[in-house]
Design a protein around this ligand. Sequence first.
Ligand SMILES: [Zn+2]
Length: 538
Amino acid sequence: MVNLQIKGQDELSKLVERSRMLGKDPNLVLYGGGNTSSKIEEVDHLGNRNIVLRIKGSGTDLKTIGEDGFSGVYLEEILPLLDKDKMTDEEMVDYLAKCMVSATDRRPSIETLLHGFLNAKHVDHVHSDAICTLTNHPNSEEIVKKVLGENIAFVPYIRPGFELSKKVKEFEDSYAIVLEHHGLVTWGETHEESYLKTIELEEKARKYIEENVVKRSEEQQEILSVEEKNTLLLTLRGVLSKKQRQIIHVDESQLHLSVRDDVDLIATGGRSTLEHILRIGKDSLVITTDDDVNEKVESFKKQYEDYYYRHIDRIPTGYTMHSNINPRVGLIKGWGCFGADITLNGAKRCTEIAQHTHQVAANVLDLFGNLKTLTEEEIFDIDYWPLELYKLKLLPPVPSLAGYIVIISGVSNTIEVEVLQKVLQKGAHVVLLGEENKSTLLLKEKYGQQLVTVIGDLNIAIQAAIDHFGGLDGVILGEKSQTSTNELDLVNSIFELQNLTGFIVTSQVIDATYQSTAIIKYKSDGTGLKGISELIGN
Ligand SMILES: [Zn+2]
Protein backbone atom coordinates (compact mmCIF):
# COMPACT_ATOMS: atom_id res chain seq x y z
CA MET A 1 0.00 0.00 0.00
CA VAL A 2 1.01 3.58 -0.58
CA ASN A 3 2.93 5.21 2.22
CA LEU A 4 0.64 7.98 3.39
CA GLN A 5 0.11 9.77 6.64
CA ILE A 6 -2.98 11.81 7.25
CA LYS A 7 -2.00 14.91 9.19
CA GLY A 8 -3.60 16.27 12.33
CA GLN A 9 -2.84 16.71 16.02
CA ASP A 10 -5.77 14.61 17.20
CA GLU A 11 -8.35 12.17 15.86
CA LEU A 12 -10.91 14.84 14.99
CA SER A 13 -8.46 16.99 13.04
CA LYS A 14 -7.29 13.90 11.17
CA LEU A 15 -10.91 13.10 10.36
CA VAL A 16 -11.28 16.63 8.97
CA GLU A 17 -8.15 16.20 6.85
CA ARG A 18 -9.22 12.76 5.58
CA SER A 19 -12.66 14.10 4.67
CA ARG A 20 -11.22 17.03 2.75
CA MET A 21 -8.87 14.73 0.86
CA LEU A 22 -11.87 12.72 -0.32
CA GLY A 23 -13.99 15.83 -0.84
CA LYS A 24 -11.57 17.56 -3.17
CA ASP A 25 -12.03 14.90 -5.87
CA PRO A 26 -15.30 15.62 -7.74
CA ASN A 27 -15.21 12.07 -9.13
CA LEU A 28 -15.77 10.79 -5.59
CA VAL A 29 -18.26 13.28 -4.16
CA LEU A 30 -19.98 16.48 -5.24
CA TYR A 31 -21.60 19.28 -3.25
CA GLY A 32 -22.48 17.74 0.07
CA GLY A 33 -22.47 14.14 -1.16
CA GLY A 34 -20.89 11.27 0.78
CA ASN A 35 -19.93 11.15 4.44
CA THR A 36 -17.12 10.15 6.78
CA SER A 37 -16.83 9.26 10.46
CA SER A 38 -14.50 8.23 13.29
CA LYS A 39 -15.26 6.66 16.65
CA ILE A 40 -13.31 8.75 19.11
CA GLU A 41 -12.89 8.49 22.89
CA GLU A 42 -13.95 11.78 24.46
CA VAL A 43 -14.17 12.97 28.04
CA ASP A 44 -17.46 14.59 29.04
CA HIS A 45 -18.14 17.34 31.60
CA LEU A 46 -18.28 14.76 34.42
CA GLY A 47 -14.93 13.35 33.49
CA ASN A 48 -16.47 10.18 32.01
CA ARG A 49 -14.86 8.63 28.98
CA ASN A 50 -17.26 7.84 26.15
CA ILE A 51 -16.86 6.59 22.62
CA VAL A 52 -18.40 9.26 20.42
CA LEU A 53 -19.24 8.70 16.77
CA ARG A 54 -18.11 11.89 15.02
CA ILE A 55 -20.10 11.92 11.78
CA LYS A 56 -20.50 14.49 9.02
CA GLY A 57 -23.38 16.79 9.83
CA SER A 58 -26.24 17.50 7.48
CA GLY A 59 -25.69 20.45 5.10
CA THR A 60 -21.88 20.25 5.15
CA ASP A 61 -19.52 19.58 2.26
CA LEU A 62 -16.56 17.18 2.58
CA LYS A 63 -14.45 19.52 0.45
CA THR A 64 -14.60 22.36 2.95
CA ILE A 65 -15.71 20.69 6.18
CA GLY A 66 -14.18 21.81 9.49
CA GLU A 67 -14.31 20.32 12.99
CA ASP A 68 -17.65 21.99 13.65
CA GLY A 69 -19.11 20.20 10.61
CA PHE A 70 -19.05 16.92 12.51
CA SER A 71 -21.83 16.01 14.91
CA GLY A 72 -21.20 13.77 17.88
CA VAL A 73 -23.47 10.89 18.94
CA TYR A 74 -22.81 8.47 21.81
CA LEU A 75 -21.97 5.12 20.27
CA GLU A 76 -23.29 3.04 23.17
CA GLU A 77 -26.70 4.68 22.73
CA ILE A 78 -27.05 3.75 19.07
CA LEU A 79 -25.74 0.17 19.21
CA PRO A 80 -28.89 -1.22 20.95
CA LEU A 81 -30.76 -0.34 17.73
CA LEU A 82 -29.09 -3.36 16.13
CA ASP A 83 -31.67 -5.50 17.99
CA LYS A 84 -34.57 -3.72 16.34
CA ASP A 85 -36.11 -5.05 13.12
CA LYS A 86 -37.64 -1.88 11.78
CA MET A 87 -37.44 1.85 12.24
CA THR A 88 -38.95 4.61 10.12
CA ASP A 89 -36.83 7.58 9.04
CA GLU A 90 -38.70 9.82 11.48
CA GLU A 91 -38.15 7.43 14.40
CA MET A 92 -34.48 7.19 13.47
CA VAL A 93 -34.02 10.97 13.29
CA ASP A 94 -35.82 11.48 16.62
CA TYR A 95 -33.76 8.78 18.26
CA LEU A 96 -30.46 10.17 16.95
CA ALA A 97 -31.38 13.63 18.20
CA LYS A 98 -31.50 12.16 21.72
CA CYS A 99 -28.04 10.55 21.39
CA MET A 100 -26.27 13.76 20.53
CA VAL A 101 -23.34 14.95 22.59
CA SER A 102 -24.30 18.57 22.04
CA ALA A 103 -27.78 19.85 21.24
CA THR A 104 -26.27 22.67 19.20
CA ASP A 105 -24.49 20.32 16.79
CA ARG A 106 -25.83 19.94 13.26
CA ARG A 107 -28.29 17.19 12.55
CA PRO A 108 -26.14 14.07 11.96
CA SER A 109 -26.08 12.57 8.46
CA ILE A 110 -28.93 10.35 7.27
CA GLU A 111 -26.31 7.62 6.98
CA THR A 112 -25.21 7.86 10.65
CA LEU A 113 -26.35 4.37 11.65
CA LEU A 114 -24.54 2.83 8.69
CA HIS A 115 -21.31 4.27 10.12
CA GLY A 116 -22.20 3.55 13.74
CA PHE A 117 -23.14 -0.11 13.27
CA LEU A 118 -19.82 -1.01 11.62
CA ASN A 119 -17.22 -2.02 14.22
CA ALA A 120 -14.31 -0.33 12.47
CA LYS A 121 -12.96 2.84 13.97
CA HIS A 122 -13.05 4.86 10.75
CA VAL A 123 -15.63 4.68 7.94
CA ASP A 124 -15.77 6.47 4.58
CA HIS A 125 -18.66 6.59 2.15
CA VAL A 126 -18.44 8.17 -1.33
CA HIS A 127 -20.66 8.35 -4.41
CA SER A 128 -17.81 7.60 -6.81
CA ASP A 129 -18.54 7.94 -10.54
CA ALA A 130 -16.43 4.92 -11.44
CA ILE A 131 -18.02 2.67 -8.80
CA CYS A 132 -21.52 3.77 -9.85
CA THR A 133 -20.61 3.03 -13.48
CA LEU A 134 -20.09 -0.60 -12.42
CA THR A 135 -23.48 -0.78 -10.69
CA ASN A 136 -25.82 0.91 -13.15
CA HIS A 137 -26.49 -1.94 -15.58
CA PRO A 138 -28.25 -5.32 -15.32
CA ASN A 139 -25.12 -7.39 -14.65
CA SER A 140 -23.78 -5.20 -11.89
CA GLU A 141 -23.03 -7.67 -9.10
CA GLU A 142 -20.99 -9.92 -11.34
CA ILE A 143 -18.99 -7.01 -12.76
CA VAL A 144 -18.35 -5.47 -9.33
CA LYS A 145 -16.85 -8.74 -8.08
CA LYS A 146 -14.88 -9.28 -11.26
CA VAL A 147 -13.37 -5.81 -11.26
CA LEU A 148 -12.97 -5.09 -7.55
CA GLY A 149 -12.53 -8.60 -6.13
CA GLU A 150 -14.58 -11.43 -4.63
CA ASN A 151 -14.06 -10.01 -1.14
CA ILE A 152 -16.16 -6.97 -2.00
CA ALA A 153 -19.79 -7.18 -0.86
CA PHE A 154 -22.56 -6.00 -3.18
CA VAL A 155 -25.73 -4.63 -1.62
CA PRO A 156 -28.73 -4.27 -3.96
CA TYR A 157 -30.40 -0.86 -3.83
CA ILE A 158 -32.09 0.21 -0.60
CA ARG A 159 -32.79 3.86 0.21
CA PRO A 160 -30.46 5.14 2.96
CA GLY A 161 -31.89 4.68 6.45
CA PHE A 162 -32.25 2.02 9.12
CA GLU A 163 -32.74 -0.96 6.81
CA LEU A 164 -29.68 -0.16 4.68
CA SER A 165 -27.56 0.39 7.81
CA LYS A 166 -28.48 -3.05 9.13
CA LYS A 167 -27.85 -4.63 5.75
CA VAL A 168 -24.38 -3.10 5.55
CA LYS A 169 -23.59 -4.47 9.04
CA GLU A 170 -24.16 -8.01 7.70
CA PHE A 171 -21.18 -7.58 5.38
CA GLU A 172 -18.60 -6.14 7.73
CA ASP A 173 -16.35 -9.17 7.30
CA SER A 174 -15.82 -8.23 3.67
CA TYR A 175 -13.08 -5.87 2.44
CA ALA A 176 -15.50 -3.10 1.44
CA ILE A 177 -19.09 -2.71 0.28
CA VAL A 178 -20.53 -1.46 -3.00
CA LEU A 179 -24.05 -0.08 -2.78
CA GLU A 180 -26.01 -0.43 -6.01
CA HIS A 181 -26.93 2.91 -7.69
CA HIS A 182 -25.33 4.68 -4.77
CA GLY A 183 -21.61 4.31 -4.01
CA LEU A 184 -18.88 2.74 -1.90
CA VAL A 185 -18.34 2.09 1.82
CA THR A 186 -14.83 1.46 3.19
CA TRP A 187 -13.43 1.27 6.69
CA GLY A 188 -10.28 0.69 8.69
CA GLU A 189 -8.63 0.80 12.07
CA THR A 190 -6.61 3.80 10.92
CA HIS A 191 -7.59 6.90 8.94
CA GLU A 192 -5.13 5.86 6.24
CA GLU A 193 -6.52 2.34 5.89
CA SER A 194 -10.05 3.53 5.24
CA TYR A 195 -8.98 6.37 2.92
CA LEU A 196 -6.60 4.24 0.88
CA LYS A 197 -9.23 1.52 0.36
CA THR A 198 -11.49 4.11 -1.26
CA ILE A 199 -8.66 5.31 -3.50
CA GLU A 200 -7.60 1.76 -4.38
CA LEU A 201 -11.10 0.59 -5.32
CA GLU A 202 -11.95 3.76 -7.21
CA GLU A 203 -8.74 3.42 -9.22
CA LYS A 204 -9.46 -0.22 -10.03
CA ALA A 205 -12.92 0.72 -11.29
CA ARG A 206 -11.60 3.69 -13.27
CA LYS A 207 -8.85 1.62 -14.89
CA TYR A 208 -11.36 -1.04 -15.90
CA ILE A 209 -13.55 1.63 -17.50
CA GLU A 210 -10.66 3.24 -19.37
CA GLU A 211 -9.44 -0.09 -20.71
CA ASN A 212 -12.80 -1.53 -21.67
CA VAL A 213 -14.95 1.35 -22.79
CA VAL A 214 -15.80 0.88 -26.46
CA LYS A 215 -14.46 3.96 -28.21
CA ARG A 216 -17.14 5.58 -30.33
CA SER A 217 -16.48 6.74 -33.84
CA GLU A 218 -16.40 10.53 -33.83
CA GLU A 219 -19.96 11.80 -34.02
CA GLN A 220 -20.51 14.70 -36.34
CA GLN A 221 -20.14 17.70 -34.14
CA GLU A 222 -22.23 20.35 -35.81
CA ILE A 223 -21.72 23.26 -33.51
CA LEU A 224 -24.38 25.95 -33.23
CA SER A 225 -23.53 29.44 -34.49
CA VAL A 226 -23.57 32.46 -32.14
CA GLU A 227 -26.94 33.58 -33.54
CA GLU A 228 -28.43 30.12 -33.10
CA LYS A 229 -27.11 29.96 -29.54
CA ASN A 230 -28.55 33.39 -28.70
CA THR A 231 -31.99 32.58 -30.07
CA LEU A 232 -32.12 29.18 -28.42
CA LEU A 233 -30.89 30.41 -25.06
CA LEU A 234 -33.32 33.35 -24.92
CA THR A 235 -36.25 31.20 -25.96
CA LEU A 236 -35.30 28.57 -23.37
CA ARG A 237 -34.86 31.12 -20.61
CA GLY A 238 -38.25 32.63 -21.37
CA VAL A 239 -39.98 29.26 -21.19
CA LEU A 240 -38.25 28.34 -17.92
CA SER A 241 -38.86 31.77 -16.37
CA LYS A 242 -42.65 31.94 -16.62
CA LYS A 243 -43.13 31.49 -12.87
CA GLN A 244 -39.71 32.49 -11.58
CA ARG A 245 -36.90 34.18 -13.54
CA GLN A 246 -33.94 31.89 -14.09
CA ILE A 247 -30.22 32.29 -14.68
CA ILE A 248 -28.99 29.86 -17.32
CA HIS A 249 -25.44 28.54 -17.55
CA VAL A 250 -24.22 26.41 -20.46
CA ASP A 251 -21.39 23.91 -19.96
CA GLU A 252 -19.76 23.40 -23.36
CA SER A 253 -17.63 20.49 -22.13
CA GLN A 254 -20.69 18.27 -22.63
CA LEU A 255 -20.86 18.93 -26.38
CA HIS A 256 -19.67 15.37 -27.14
CA LEU A 257 -22.60 13.97 -25.11
CA SER A 258 -25.15 16.28 -26.74
CA VAL A 259 -24.43 15.01 -30.26
CA ARG A 260 -24.62 11.29 -29.44
CA ASP A 261 -27.46 9.40 -31.08
CA ASP A 262 -28.31 7.84 -27.70
CA VAL A 263 -28.57 11.26 -26.01
CA ASP A 264 -32.15 10.50 -24.89
CA LEU A 265 -30.92 7.49 -22.92
CA ILE A 266 -28.20 9.56 -21.30
CA ALA A 267 -30.77 12.18 -20.32
CA THR A 268 -33.46 9.85 -19.00
CA GLY A 269 -31.68 6.58 -18.27
CA GLY A 270 -31.16 7.34 -14.60
CA ARG A 271 -28.84 9.36 -12.40
CA SER A 272 -25.46 7.87 -11.49
CA THR A 273 -26.20 7.99 -7.74
CA LEU A 274 -29.52 8.52 -5.98
CA GLU A 275 -28.37 11.81 -4.46
CA HIS A 276 -28.20 13.46 -7.89
CA ILE A 277 -31.98 13.10 -8.25
CA LEU A 278 -32.33 15.52 -5.35
CA ARG A 279 -29.93 18.05 -6.85
CA ILE A 280 -30.87 18.10 -10.55
CA GLY A 281 -34.15 16.21 -10.80
CA LYS A 282 -34.78 12.74 -12.13
CA ASP A 283 -34.36 13.53 -15.86
CA SER A 284 -32.55 15.95 -18.14
CA LEU A 285 -34.21 17.71 -21.06
CA VAL A 286 -32.94 17.13 -24.61
CA ILE A 287 -33.10 20.01 -27.10
CA THR A 288 -32.27 19.62 -30.77
CA THR A 289 -33.35 22.96 -32.30
CA ASP A 290 -34.73 26.26 -31.05
CA ASP A 291 -38.15 25.60 -32.61
CA ASP A 292 -38.79 22.68 -30.31
CA VAL A 293 -37.81 24.36 -27.02
CA ASN A 294 -41.32 25.28 -25.92
CA GLU A 295 -42.79 21.97 -26.96
CA LYS A 296 -39.97 20.01 -25.33
CA VAL A 297 -40.30 21.81 -22.00
CA GLU A 298 -44.09 21.40 -22.04
CA SER A 299 -43.85 17.69 -22.72
CA PHE A 300 -41.14 17.33 -20.04
CA LYS A 301 -43.52 18.89 -17.52
CA LYS A 302 -46.44 16.80 -18.71
CA GLN A 303 -44.39 13.63 -18.28
CA TYR A 304 -43.40 14.73 -14.80
CA GLU A 305 -47.04 15.33 -13.88
CA ASP A 306 -48.02 11.90 -15.24
CA TYR A 307 -45.27 10.28 -13.17
CA TYR A 308 -46.37 12.25 -10.10
CA TYR A 309 -50.01 11.17 -10.41
CA ARG A 310 -49.01 7.56 -11.11
CA HIS A 311 -47.38 7.48 -7.68
CA ILE A 312 -49.42 10.01 -5.74
CA ASP A 313 -50.35 7.33 -3.21
CA ARG A 314 -46.69 7.32 -2.11
CA ILE A 315 -46.58 11.05 -1.33
CA PRO A 316 -45.81 11.66 2.36
CA THR A 317 -48.57 13.40 4.30
CA GLY A 318 -48.34 17.15 4.21
CA TYR A 319 -46.55 17.34 0.86
CA THR A 320 -47.69 18.13 -2.68
CA MET A 321 -46.04 18.31 -6.11
CA HIS A 322 -42.78 20.32 -6.23
CA SER A 323 -43.54 23.92 -7.17
CA ASN A 324 -40.88 23.90 -9.90
CA ILE A 325 -41.20 20.94 -12.22
CA ASN A 326 -39.22 22.55 -15.06
CA PRO A 327 -36.07 20.77 -16.18
CA ARG A 328 -33.07 21.94 -14.15
CA VAL A 329 -30.55 20.59 -16.65
CA GLY A 330 -30.63 19.59 -20.31
CA LEU A 331 -28.43 18.61 -23.21
CA ILE A 332 -28.53 20.97 -26.20
CA LYS A 333 -27.44 19.33 -29.44
CA GLY A 334 -24.33 20.98 -30.87
CA TRP A 335 -23.64 23.05 -27.77
CA GLY A 336 -23.47 21.31 -24.37
CA CYS A 337 -25.51 21.16 -21.19
CA PHE A 338 -27.57 23.93 -19.65
CA GLY A 339 -28.34 24.37 -15.97
CA ALA A 340 -31.11 26.65 -14.65
CA ASP A 341 -31.38 28.16 -11.20
CA ILE A 342 -32.15 31.47 -9.52
CA THR A 343 -28.41 32.11 -9.15
CA LEU A 344 -25.45 31.63 -11.46
CA ASN A 345 -23.69 29.55 -8.80
CA GLY A 346 -26.72 27.30 -8.59
CA ALA A 347 -26.95 26.96 -12.37
CA LYS A 348 -23.25 26.06 -12.57
CA ARG A 349 -23.64 23.53 -9.77
CA CYS A 350 -26.45 21.89 -11.76
CA THR A 351 -24.31 21.53 -14.89
CA GLU A 352 -21.40 20.15 -12.87
CA ILE A 353 -23.53 17.47 -11.25
CA ALA A 354 -25.11 16.75 -14.64
CA GLN A 355 -21.68 16.38 -16.21
CA HIS A 356 -20.82 13.56 -13.78
CA THR A 357 -24.19 11.87 -14.01
CA HIS A 358 -24.36 12.11 -17.84
CA GLN A 359 -20.80 10.84 -18.27
CA VAL A 360 -21.52 7.84 -16.04
CA ALA A 361 -24.57 6.99 -18.18
CA ALA A 362 -22.53 7.37 -21.37
CA ASN A 363 -19.77 5.14 -19.97
CA VAL A 364 -22.26 2.48 -18.89
CA LEU A 365 -23.70 2.47 -22.43
CA ASP A 366 -20.23 2.26 -24.00
CA LEU A 367 -19.12 -0.51 -21.62
CA PHE A 368 -22.17 -2.69 -21.23
CA GLY A 369 -24.63 -1.58 -23.91
CA ASN A 370 -27.54 -0.91 -21.58
CA LEU A 371 -28.41 1.00 -18.45
CA LYS A 372 -30.26 -0.17 -15.37
CA THR A 373 -31.52 2.39 -12.92
CA LEU A 374 -33.92 2.61 -10.02
CA THR A 375 -37.58 1.74 -10.49
CA GLU A 376 -40.02 4.63 -10.83
CA GLU A 377 -41.28 3.96 -7.30
CA GLU A 378 -37.75 4.11 -5.90
CA ILE A 379 -37.13 7.36 -7.80
CA PHE A 380 -40.35 8.84 -6.46
CA ASP A 381 -39.39 7.91 -2.90
CA ILE A 382 -36.18 9.90 -3.28
CA ASP A 383 -37.87 12.75 -5.11
CA TYR A 384 -40.35 13.11 -2.23
CA TRP A 385 -38.15 11.99 0.67
CA PRO A 386 -39.35 13.83 3.80
CA LEU A 387 -35.83 13.96 5.26
CA GLU A 388 -34.71 15.92 2.20
CA LEU A 389 -37.87 17.98 1.81
CA TYR A 390 -37.27 19.14 5.35
CA LYS A 391 -34.00 20.77 4.21
CA LEU A 392 -35.91 22.80 1.61
CA LYS A 393 -38.00 24.29 4.39
CA LEU A 394 -34.82 25.58 6.03
CA LEU A 395 -33.79 27.56 2.95
CA PRO A 396 -34.01 31.35 3.21
CA PRO A 397 -36.88 33.02 1.31
CA VAL A 398 -36.21 33.82 -2.36
CA PRO A 399 -35.30 37.52 -2.76
CA SER A 400 -37.62 39.61 -4.96
CA LEU A 401 -35.22 40.03 -7.90
CA ALA A 402 -33.75 36.50 -7.79
CA GLY A 403 -33.09 35.24 -11.30
CA TYR A 404 -33.43 38.73 -12.83
CA ILE A 405 -30.72 39.94 -15.23
CA VAL A 406 -30.15 43.68 -15.35
CA ILE A 407 -27.76 45.96 -17.24
CA ILE A 408 -26.78 49.07 -15.38
CA SER A 409 -25.12 51.59 -17.61
CA GLY A 410 -22.80 53.99 -15.83
CA VAL A 411 -22.42 54.40 -12.10
CA SER A 412 -21.13 57.89 -11.55
CA ASN A 413 -22.82 59.22 -8.40
CA THR A 414 -23.82 57.96 -4.96
CA ILE A 415 -27.46 57.40 -5.89
CA GLU A 416 -26.44 55.23 -8.81
CA VAL A 417 -24.16 53.20 -6.51
CA GLU A 418 -27.13 52.81 -4.21
CA VAL A 419 -29.27 51.57 -7.10
CA LEU A 420 -26.62 49.04 -8.08
CA GLN A 421 -26.29 47.83 -4.52
CA LYS A 422 -30.02 47.53 -4.09
CA VAL A 423 -30.51 45.54 -7.26
CA LEU A 424 -27.73 43.13 -6.24
CA GLN A 425 -29.10 42.81 -2.72
CA LYS A 426 -32.47 41.83 -4.09
CA GLY A 427 -30.84 38.94 -5.94
CA ALA A 428 -30.52 40.25 -9.51
CA HIS A 429 -27.47 39.43 -11.62
CA VAL A 430 -25.97 42.56 -13.10
CA VAL A 431 -23.86 43.58 -16.08
CA LEU A 432 -22.29 46.90 -15.22
CA LEU A 433 -21.45 48.93 -18.31
CA GLY A 434 -18.69 51.47 -17.78
CA GLU A 435 -15.53 52.15 -15.83
CA GLU A 436 -15.13 50.56 -12.41
CA ASN A 437 -14.62 52.70 -9.34
CA LYS A 438 -13.91 52.07 -5.67
CA SER A 439 -17.54 51.42 -4.78
CA THR A 440 -18.21 49.08 -7.69
CA LEU A 441 -15.02 47.13 -6.93
CA LEU A 442 -16.18 46.64 -3.35
CA LEU A 443 -19.53 45.38 -4.58
CA LYS A 444 -17.79 43.05 -6.99
CA GLU A 445 -15.86 41.57 -4.12
CA LYS A 446 -19.01 41.09 -2.10
CA TYR A 447 -21.27 39.72 -4.82
CA GLY A 448 -18.72 37.72 -6.86
CA GLN A 449 -20.13 36.18 -10.02
CA GLN A 450 -23.41 38.06 -9.58
CA LEU A 451 -21.76 41.19 -10.99
CA VAL A 452 -19.90 41.43 -14.29
CA THR A 453 -18.28 44.60 -15.64
CA VAL A 454 -17.86 45.47 -19.33
CA ILE A 455 -16.58 48.48 -21.24
CA GLY A 456 -18.12 49.60 -24.53
CA ASP A 457 -21.66 50.22 -25.75
CA LEU A 458 -25.03 48.74 -24.85
CA ASN A 459 -24.66 46.06 -27.56
CA ILE A 460 -21.63 44.67 -25.76
CA ALA A 461 -23.42 44.73 -22.42
CA ILE A 462 -26.40 42.90 -23.92
CA GLN A 463 -24.21 40.12 -25.32
CA ALA A 464 -22.43 39.90 -21.95
CA ALA A 465 -25.77 39.50 -20.17
CA ILE A 466 -26.68 36.65 -22.53
CA ASP A 467 -23.26 34.98 -22.32
CA HIS A 468 -22.90 35.18 -18.55
CA PHE A 469 -26.46 34.82 -17.34
CA GLY A 470 -28.61 33.64 -20.25
CA GLY A 471 -30.83 36.65 -21.01
CA LEU A 472 -31.98 40.13 -20.01
CA ASP A 473 -34.85 41.58 -17.97
CA GLY A 474 -34.03 45.23 -17.63
CA VAL A 475 -31.78 48.13 -18.44
CA ILE A 476 -31.07 50.97 -16.04
CA LEU A 477 -29.46 53.94 -17.75
CA GLY A 478 -27.43 56.19 -15.49
CA GLU A 479 -27.38 59.96 -15.63
CA LYS A 480 -24.45 60.14 -18.03
CA SER A 481 -25.31 57.28 -20.33
CA GLN A 482 -26.32 57.69 -23.94
CA THR A 483 -28.47 55.36 -25.91
CA SER A 484 -29.82 55.05 -29.43
CA THR A 485 -33.11 53.83 -30.84
CA ASN A 486 -31.23 50.94 -32.49
CA GLU A 487 -29.97 49.78 -29.13
CA LEU A 488 -33.43 50.03 -27.62
CA ASP A 489 -34.76 48.01 -30.56
CA LEU A 490 -32.25 45.31 -29.70
CA VAL A 491 -33.28 45.31 -26.03
CA ASN A 492 -36.88 45.04 -27.09
CA SER A 493 -36.19 42.14 -29.45
CA ILE A 494 -34.56 40.28 -26.58
CA PHE A 495 -37.57 40.77 -24.34
CA GLU A 496 -39.74 39.53 -27.20
CA LEU A 497 -37.64 36.42 -27.79
CA GLN A 498 -37.89 35.56 -24.11
CA ASN A 499 -41.58 36.37 -24.21
CA LEU A 500 -41.15 38.14 -20.87
CA THR A 501 -41.88 41.71 -19.87
CA GLY A 502 -38.73 43.74 -19.40
CA PHE A 503 -38.05 47.26 -18.19
CA ILE A 504 -35.98 50.30 -19.04
CA VAL A 505 -35.33 52.91 -16.41
CA THR A 506 -33.81 56.15 -17.59
CA SER A 507 -33.02 59.55 -16.29
CA GLN A 508 -33.66 61.14 -19.68
CA VAL A 509 -36.50 61.16 -22.15
CA ILE A 510 -35.13 58.37 -24.32
CA ASP A 511 -37.33 59.01 -27.29
CA ALA A 512 -40.78 60.44 -26.99
CA THR A 513 -41.98 58.49 -29.99
CA TYR A 514 -40.41 55.15 -29.00
CA GLN A 515 -43.18 52.60 -28.70
CA SER A 516 -42.92 49.09 -27.42
CA THR A 517 -45.28 46.56 -26.01
CA ALA A 518 -42.64 44.58 -24.14
CA ILE A 519 -41.04 47.44 -22.28
CA ILE A 520 -42.26 49.08 -19.15
CA LYS A 521 -40.56 52.41 -19.53
CA TYR A 522 -39.82 54.62 -16.59
CA LYS A 523 -38.71 58.16 -16.74
CA SER A 524 -37.42 59.08 -13.37
CA ASP A 525 -36.63 62.36 -11.71
CA GLY A 526 -33.07 62.69 -12.88
CA THR A 527 -31.65 59.90 -10.74
CA GLY A 528 -33.16 56.66 -11.91
CA LEU A 529 -33.97 55.92 -8.28
CA LYS A 530 -37.66 56.75 -8.48
CA GLY A 531 -38.18 54.36 -11.37
CA ILE A 532 -36.38 51.62 -9.50
CA SER A 533 -38.45 52.21 -6.41
CA GLU A 534 -41.64 51.98 -8.41
CA LEU A 535 -40.43 48.76 -9.93
CA ILE A 536 -38.86 46.84 -7.10
CA GLY A 537 -39.90 48.65 -3.97
CA ASN A 538 -37.60 50.05 -1.36
ZN1 LIG B 1 -24.69 8.00 0.24
